[in-house]
Design a binder for this molecule. Structure first.
Ligand SMILES: Cc1cc2nc3c(=O)[nH]c(=O)nc-3n(C[C@H](O)[C@H](O)[C@H](O)COP(=O)(O)OP(=O)(O)OC[C@H]3O[C@@H](n4cnc5c(N)ncnc54)[C@H](O)[C@@H]3O)c2cc1C
Ligand SMILES: *[C@@H]1O[C@H](CO)[C@@H](O)[C@H](O)[C@H]1NC(C)=O
Ligand SMILES: *[C@@H]1O[C@H](CO)[C@@H](O)[C@H](O)[C@H]1NC(C)=O
Ligand SMILES: *[C@@H]1O[C@H](CO)[C@@H](O)[C@H](O)[C@H]1NC(C)=O
Ligand SMILES: *[C@@H]1O[C@H](CO)[C@@H](O)[C@H](O)[C@H]1NC(C)=O
Ligand SMILES: *[C@@H]1O[C@H](CO)[C@@H](O)[C@H](O)[C@H]1NC(C)=O
Length: 549
C-alpha cells in the first residue's frame, strides 16, 4: 500500500533498532517512550521575518492569529536593519519638533484597504481624512500652463459631477472601470482566492493579468477614455502616486491611482499600525539588526546578522547566528544586502528598476509664486500642483518621465505655527526625480535661497525655515507584465515583495503578509497531518512486523 518493499524494510529496521537497541535511527526523531512522540511536534516552530515594514509586521500579526486559531505553537523573531518600525511608512519631525510628525513615505490609504482600516480601528488609532485634504486649490501644470484648476483641492477633486462639466462622460467611464477592477482585486482577500501560492496564477484566475498586461494608456483607450481627461487628471494621479506616465505604468496600478474614495491617514503617522501589529503579535523585534547571510543546513535555515551599524562581515568579530524553520523575506531582495550561502534558491527574484524619488519637505510663510506657473498677477494661485506632460511630449524612457516640468508634485500639506517666530507657515512636500535645487525653490516661492540648502535653520532668516530632503527607492516602475515573483523561493523561505510589481501600497504589502502567514500555518499543519499518518503507519507496521518476526 505504501509503495515499495524498501519502505517496509526501513520500517523493519526502525522497529528493530527501537525494539532491540532502544533508539530511533534518525536524528530528527526525538528520543521518547511512545511512538506518538517520535516526530517532535511539541517544539514551537521558529520563524524569522526580515523587515518590519507593512509586509513584515502584517506577516507577524497574522501568523500569531492563524497559528492561535489552529493551535500551532510558533516563536517569531522580526529583524529590522533600521532603527525604526514601518519601513517606507515613516515620519520625520517638522522643525525637529517631535510633536509635529510629517509622513516622509507612504501617506494615505483608502476605504477599501480593509487590512489597514480594520486594524487601525482594532488598535484604536485615529484614522482621519488624508493630510492633503486642507489644500484649498489644486492645479495641474504641464510646464506651459495649468490645464486644470479646482477649488477644494486635495483628494476632494475627484468630484465626478464637477468633472463631467469639463470632460464629458470620461470620468464616469473611468469610475466604472476602476470599480470593476477593484472588485476583482478584492477577491484576493477571500476564500477560494485566499490564500494564494502563486500571485501570477491568481491574478490570471481573477482576470487581473488582462489589466497588468497593458499600459494605462492602452487600458483607458480600450475603454473609450482618452485625452484630455486621461492626460489632465489620470496621468496627474499616476505621476503624483508613482512618478510614472500612462505610456509606461500598467493598467492595474493606473486604476489603483483612481481609487481614492475615503482617503485617510493615521494621525501621528501610519507606521503606528505596523508598530501595533508587531506588539499584538508577541514577536521578538530586533531593531538595528541587518540580516546578512542565509544558509541552509539539514532542512533548517541558518541566519547571520549584523548587529547595528556594521556594514559587512569583516566589520565585526563574531557574527550572530541563529537557526530557523521558516524565513519570510519582507523587503525587496535587491536592496536587502542579503547573500545566500550556496545556491539553494529554487527561484531568484529578478532585479527590477525602482523609481528613485526625491521627497523634499520644507516650511515657509510664502505661498507658491503664481508668476512661475504663468499666472496673471493677482490670479489665485494653487496650493497644490500636480503635473502632466504637454500633448507633444512623450518621454520614451520612464526614468525621464517627469519631462519638462521637472517634478511630479508640490503639495501644501497643512499650516503650522513656527515655534520660534510664532508665525503661521505652510508645510510643503515636493516629489521629484532629481534633487531639488536652490534655483527651483527660488522660482516656485519667488524668493532668494541660500546656495547651500543645508544651512537653512529655523533662525537663519531664510524664506524657508525648515528643510528636509530624502531620497527613496520608492516603488518599482510598474511596467506591463503578466507574471510576478514566486512566493516561495525555497521550501520554507517566503518572499513578499513580488507584490510590488502588481500593486505597490502599504495595504497590498500587508495583504501579502497575511497571505504568507496563512501559507506558513497551512504548511505546518499539513506537515503535522503527514506526520500523524506516518506515525499511524509506523505503529501499525511495527506491530505487524514484530509479530512476523
Ligand atoms: C514617498 C513614498 C510615497 C508613498 N506613498 C504611498 C501611499 O500614499 N500609500 C501607500 O499605500 N503606499 C505608498 N507608498 C508605497 C509604500 O510605502 C510601500 O508599498 C510599502 O510601504 C512597502 O512595504 P514593505 O513592508 O513591503 O516594504 P518596506 O516598507 O520597504 O519594508 C522593508 C523593511 O525591511 C528592512 N530590511 C531590508 N533589508 C533588511 C535586512 N537585510 N535585514 C533586516 N531588515 C531589512 C528595511 O529596513 C525596511 O524597514 C509610498 C512609498 C514612498 C517611498
Ligand atoms: C489563543 O488565544 C487565546 C486568547 O488570547 C488564548 O487563551 C489561547 O491559549 C491561545 N491558544 C494558543 C494555542 O496559543
Ligand atoms: C474587516 O472588517 C469587516 C467588518 O467587520 C470584515 O467583514 C472583514 O472581513 C474584515 N477584513 C479584514 C481583511 O480583516
Ligand atoms: C509569546 O512568546 C513567547 C516566546 O517568545 C511564548 O513563550 C509565549 O507563550 C507567547 N505568548 C502568547 C500569548 O502567545
Ligand atoms: C544600535 O545603535 C543605536 C544608536 O545608533 C543604539 O541606540 C542602540 O541601542 C544600538 N542597538 C544595539 C542592539 O546595539
Ligand atoms: C557606528 O558605530 C561606530 C562605532 O562602532 C560609531 O562611532 C558611530 O557613531 C556609529 N554610527 C551610527 C550611525 O550609529
Amino acid at each position: 500500500m505504501y509503495g515499495s518493499w524498501n519502505f517496509v524494510v526501513t520500517l523493519i529496521v526502525i522497529s528493530l533498532c527501537r525494539q532491540v537497541l532502544g533508539f530511533w535511527p534518525f536524528d530528527v526523531l526525538a528520543s521518547s517512550d511512545s511512538p506518538d512522540e517520535v516526530y517532535d511536534t511539541s517544539k514551537a516552530k521558529r520563524i524569522a521575518i526580515i523587515g518590519a515594514g507593512a509586509a513584515g509586521s502584517s506577516t507577524s500579526y497574522y501568523l500569531q492569529k492563524f497559528a492561535n486559531e489552529s493551535g500551532l505553537e510558533i516563536d517569531v523573531t522580526v529583524f529590522e536593519r533600521s532603527s525604526y518600525v514601518g519601513g517606507r511608512s515613516t515620519t520625520v519631525n517638522a522643525y525637529d519638533d517631535p510633536l509635529i510628525p510629517v509622513e516622509l513615505g507612504a501617506s494615505i490609504f483608502v476605504e477599501v484597504n480593509t487590512i489597514l482600516k480594520n486594524s487601525s480601528e482594532a488598535f484604536g488609532l485615529d484614522a482621519s481624512n488624508a493630510e492633503t485634504e486642507t489644500a484649498e486649490i489644486l492645479g495641474v501644470w504641464n510646464g506651459h500652463k495649468l490645464v486644470f484648476t479646482q477649488k477644494e483641492g486635495g483628494w476632494a477633486w475627484w468630484d465626478i459631477t464637477k468633472l463631467i462639466w469639463k470632460y464629458g462622460w470620461a470620468p464616469v467611464r473611468t469610475n466604472n472601470l476602476m470599480k470593476k477592477t477593484v472588485g476583482k482585486f478584492r477577491k484576493l482577500y477571500e476564500y477560494p482566492f485566499f490564500p494564494f501560492r502563486s500571485l501570477s496564477d491568481r491574478a490570471f484566475d481573477l482576470g487581473l493579468t488582462e489589466v497588468t498586461a497593458m499600459t494605462g494608456q492602452e487600458l483607458l483607450a480600450a475603454n473609450n477614455i482618452g485625452p484630455p481627461f486621461s492626460t489632465d487628471i489620470i496621468q496627474a494621479s499616476t505621476r503624483v502616486n508613482y512618478g510614472q506616465n500612462l505610456n509606461s505604468i500598467h493598467g492595474l496600478e493606473t486604476m489603483v491611482c483612481m481609487a481614492i474614495e475615503g482617503a485617510m491617514s493615521i494621525k501621528g503617522g501610519n507606521w503606528q499600525i505596523f508598530d501595533a501589529m508587531l506588539k499584538a503579535s508577541n514577536a521578538t523585534v530586533l531593531l538595528n539588526t541587518a540580516v546578512d547571510v542565509i544558509a541552509k543546513d539539514k532542512g533548517k535555515y541558518v541566519m547571520k546578522t549584523l548587529p547595528n551599524n556594521t556594514t559587512s562581515i569583516s566589520d565585526i568579530a563574531p557574527q550572530d547566528e541563529e537557526v530557523f524553520d521558516t524565513i519570510v523575506l519582507a523587503a525587496p531582495l535587491q536592496y536587502s544586502g542579503i547573500t545566500f550561502e550556496k545556491d539553494f534558491l529554487r527561484h531568484t527574484p529578478d532585479e527590477i528598476p525602482y523609481v528613485n524619488l526625491h521627497v523634499t519637505l520644507f516650511t515657509s510663510t510664502l505661498p507658491l509664486n503664481g508668476a512661475y506657473f504663468n499666472l496673471d498677477p493677482g490670479a489665485e494661485v494653487p496650493t497644490t500642483i500636480l503635473t502632466t506632460l504637454p500633448p507633444d511630449e512623450v518621454p520614451a524612457d520612464p526614468r525621464h518621465g517627469a519631462g519638462s516640468t521637472g517634478f511630479f508634485s508640490i503639495s501644501t500639506l497643512r499650516t503650522l505655527v513656527n515655534p520660534k517666530t510664532l508665525q503661521k507657515e505652510r508645510l510643503y512636500k515636493i516629489f521629484s526625480p532629481e534633487k531639488i535645487t536652490p534655483e527651483f525653490l527660488t522660482n516656485i516661492l519667488g524668493a532668494p535661497m541660500p546656495d547651500d540648502l543645508n544651512t537653512i535653520a529655523i533662525d537663519s532668516g531664510d524664506a524657508i525655515s525648515w528643510y528636509y530632503p530624502h531620497e527613496w527607492n520608492s516603488y518599482p516602475y510598474e511596467l506591463p507584465r503578466v507574471t510576478f515573483e514566486e512566493l516561495e523561493l525555497s521550501r520554507g523561505l517566503y518572499y513578499t515583495s513580488g507584490m510590488e510589481s502588481f500593486i505597490s501600497t502599504m495595504e497590498t504589502s500587508a495583504l501579502m503578509g497575511m497571505n504568507v502567514a496563512q501559507l506558513i500555518v497551512d504548511d505546518y499543519n499539513q506537515v503535522l497531518e503527514v506526520d500523524n499518518s506516518m506515525q499511524k503507519v509506523i505503529s501499525e507496521q511495527q506491530g505487524q512486523e514484530v509479530e512476523e518476526l
